[in-house]
Design a protein around this ligand. Structure first.
Ligand code: C2E
Ligand code: CA
Ligand code: CA
Ligand code: CA
Length: 279
């Protein structure tokens, strides 16, 4: 709110003040969160809707704040990007998720079990990212095709030659690339054409309408056919109901992720799911 007459100074009302202070303390806390071991990972299964077969997991970071409790990545990833600590967070996530993947692969004699990792635009083109990836795979003896790096169209907002060369270098390693939140950006189809991509993850906003809206279903159907033609895997994200799962199966979708099948799980719950999927 501004008061007229005394020049252009702004007066914070109590709620603005609170949120500015909250944001500042969030920044300070975020810088210390890694050393204090406040992050942990949830693992959300990616499954075949027709058989329930488990392909692997997406690693999703959680922040267990000492005073505020669990904070969603939606609320801190952008802050971490702004203050430049996203590299450290995603570095930690990569090591933690790859260590867990190697444990599960050995425990269940399944060397093809997969792990999906999210990235942020800022770290993706950092040469350290590629080094980390190579080192981590070697350290945990993981086959490169078991790791899938998820990128969003956001990284193409400021196109640079480094993006294309990073994607090429990752695929050169044999590591897979997924285009996340597919359909929410501006020219999704052109990215598939210009960059080699292994997987498309159809955004939840389309899946929400798969039962109710014929046009949306036609679009999903088209993406799945396109995937088959171009040899690109397609994952439907955010499947919440049996009707959605059935509709997707009918269209020929072979990989889904969502609360209907499983929420993001703790290590113990994910291990239990793996055990049951072996029976
Ligand atoms: P995302 O990569 O699109 O991840 C999927 C999000 O959808 C997750 O939210 C997941 O819990 C949620 N989800 C999955 N199935 C369903 C469903 O059926 N219904 C609904 N309503 N939601 C579902 P989450 O874990 O809160 O993560 C939010 C976003 O934060 C992620 O979106 C990703 O962009 C980012 N993120 C998470 N972990 C990391 C990380 O380690 N590094 C980076 N850079 N970003 C991360
Ligand atoms: Ca993702
Ligand atoms: Ca997504
Ligand atoms: Ca997202």
């Amino acid at each position: 709110a501004k008061r007229a007459g005394y020049g252009d100074y702004a007066i914070f009302d109590a709620s603005m003040h609170d949120s500015a202070v909250a944001r500042l303390s969030l920044q300070t806390d975020l810088r210390q969160a890694i050393e204090r071991g406040e992050f942990n990972l949830a693992y959300q299964p990616i499954v075949d809707p027709a058989t329930g077969a488990l392909f692997g997991f997406e690693a999703l970071v959680r922040w267990d704040h000492p005073e505020r409790g669990l904070i969603s990545p939606v609320d801190f990833i952008s802050v971490a990007e702004e203050i430049g600590v996203i590299r450290q967070i995603d570095h930690w996530v990569m090591r933690e998720a790859c260590l867990q993947l190697s444990k599960w692969q050995r425990q269940f004699s399944n060397p093809s079990l997969r792990m999906n990792l999210n990235t942020s635009a800022a770290e993706f083109v950092d040469p350290e990212f590629l080094k980390d990836l190579t080192k981590t795979m070697a350290e945990f003896s993981l086959l490169p095709q078991c790791i899938e790096i998820e990128i969003t169209e956001g990284i193409f907002l400021h196109p640079s030659p480094e993006i294309a060369s990073t994607i090429a270098a990752i695929r050169q390693l044999g590591v897979r690339i997924a285009l996340d939140d597919f359909g929410t950006g501006y020219s999704s189809l052109s990215y598939i054409n210009r960059f080699s991509i292994d997987t498309i993850k159809i955004d939840k906003s389309f899946i929400d309408d798969v039962c109710g809206d014929d046009r949306t279903r036609a679009i999903i159907d088209l993406i799945i056919k396109l995937g088959r033609t171009l040899d690109v895997a397609v994952v439907a994200e955010g499947v919440e109901t049996k009707d959605q799962a059935d509709a997707l199966t009918a269209i020929g979708c072979r990989a889904v992720q969502g609360f209907y099948f499983a929420r993001p799980l703790s290590i113990n719950d994910a291990t239990e799911l793996l055990r049951r999927s072996m029976e």
